[in-house]
Design a binder for this molecule. Structure first.
Ligand code: UTP
Length: 288
C-alpha cells in the first residue's frame, strides 16, 4: 500500500539548508574550478544524494549557501533544454530521470557566503532563506545511506519528540576526534541511541575529547540558533563554529544527540570518497 503523504501543514521541518561554500582544499586540483559538492560518486554528484535524502525525509524546499565558483550547483538543479533535446528518445534519456524528478518536486534557492568564515557563519548566511522556523542542515560531503529511513528522516522523528536541536552522532576511533565536533551527554531513559547533550567541543585532541561521539553532517536546528551565531566569536581555526553556538543551546538542555542508523562516508576526504565509490559500485552491480 502506498505511504500516506503528510499534508504540508503537518510537517514540522520543511526546509533543508546546504552549506556548500567551502573551498574543498583536500580535493585540489579537482576543486579548483569545480565545487566539491559536484564531485560524483559513480554518476551522481554528492549534492544530489543530499537532496534525495532531504526529499525522502519529506522536505521539498532546498536552501543552498554557495560561494564563488559554485555556479555548477545551480545549473545542475535546472532544466537543460539543449541537452534534453539532444538525448530525447535515446537510451541516455533515463539517465536524467532522477535529477529531473527533483527539479519538478523541489524549489531551490541560493545565497552566497562572501567570506568563508566557517560552517557556523555559512549557516547564519542561510538565515535569509530559512526565516524563523526549525530547519535541517545537510553537509553533502557526508554521504549517508540506510536501507530503511534516511538519516534526516530519523532525525525529524527525534525532533518531533523533543522539540529542540538535534545532531547526528557516530562513534569514531579516539585518534579521530580532532576531525569532528565531539559531544558528551546523558542517555535519555528508555532509549539506547538518544542523548541529552551536556558538553560539545570542536575538533578536540584525543586527550581533551570528552567522548568518542562525533557529530556528522546532519543537524536539525531551532531558529534561535541564528541569534546565537550572531554573537558567536571565531573559535577553532579562527572560524565561526556551529559547535560553539550549539553549546549555548546545550547548556539550556536544548540539544539532543542521536546515534543514527545507517552508514556514513566522509566524502570530504579522499579515503572516504574512494570507500563510498566502491560501496555504491558494488551495490549497483548487485542491483543490475
Ligand atoms: P569542511 O570543513 O569540509 O571544509 O566544511 P571545506 O572547505 O568544504 O573542505 P576542505 O577541508 O578545505 O577540504 C564542512 C562543510 O561546511 C561548508 C563546506 O562547504 C562543507 O559542506 N562550509 C565550510 C561553508 O559553507 N562555508 C565555510 O566557510 C566553511
Amino acid at each position: 500500500m502506498p505511504k500516506k503523504r503528510r499534508r504540508k501543514e503537518d510537517r514540522t521541518i520543511t526546509k533543508c539548508l546546504f552549506p556548500a561554500a567551502g573551498y574543498g582544499t583536500r580535493f585540489l586540483p579537482a576543486t579548483k574550478a569545480t565545487p566539491k559538492e559536484m564531485l560524483p560518486i559513480l554518476t551522481k554528484p554528492l549534492i544530489q544524494y543530499g537532496v534525495e535524502e532531504a526529499v525522502e525525509a519529506g522536505i521539498h524546499t532546498m536552501a543552498i549557501v554557495t560561494g564563488r565558483g559554485k555556479r555548477a550547483i545551480e545549473d545542475h538543479f535546472d532544466r537543460s533544454y539543449e541537452l534534453e533535446h539532444q538525448i530525447k528518445g535515446t537510451s541516455k534519456e533515463p539517465l536524467m530521470n532522477e535529477v529531473r524528478s527533483l527539479i519538478t518536486q523541489c524549489t531551490f534557492s541560493y545565497t552566497r557566503q562572501v567570506e568563508m568564515k566557517g560552517l557556523g557563519h555559512a549557516i547564519l548566511t542561510g538565515e535569509t532563506l530559512i526565516g524563523s522556523e526549525p530547519f535541517a542542515v545537510l553537509l553533502a560531503d557526508d554521504l549517508c545511506t540506510n536501507g530503511a529511513d534516511s538519516v534526516l528522516k530519523q532525525m525529524i522523528e527525534v525532533y518531533e519528540k523533543y522539540q529542540c536541536s538535534v545532531v547526528a552522532i557516530e562513534e569514531v576511533s579516539m585518534d579521530q576526534t580532532d576531525k569532528y565536533g565531539v559531544i558528551a551527554g546523558n542517555l535519555i531513559d528508555g532509549t539506547d541511541d538518544t542523548y541529552r547533550v551536556t558538553d560539545m567541543v570542536e575538533k578536540p585532541a584525543p586527550k581533551d575529547a570528552p567522548t568518542n561521539m562525533a557529530i556528522i553532517g546532519r543537524y536539525i536546528l531551532t531558529p534561535d540558533i541564528f541569534d546565537i551565531l550572531r554573537e558567536t566569536k571565531p573559535g577553532k581555526g579562527g572560524e565561526i563554529q556551529i559547535t560553539d553556538a550549539l553549546l549555548d543551546q546545550a547548556k539550556q538542555g536544548k540539544v539532543i544527540a542521536y546515534k543514527f542508523k545507517g552508514k556514513r562516508f566522509d566524502c570530504g576526504s579522499v579515503d572516504g570518497f574512494v570507500e563510498a565509490t566502491n560501496y555504491f559500485y558494488e551495490k549497483s552491480k548487485r542491483e543490475n
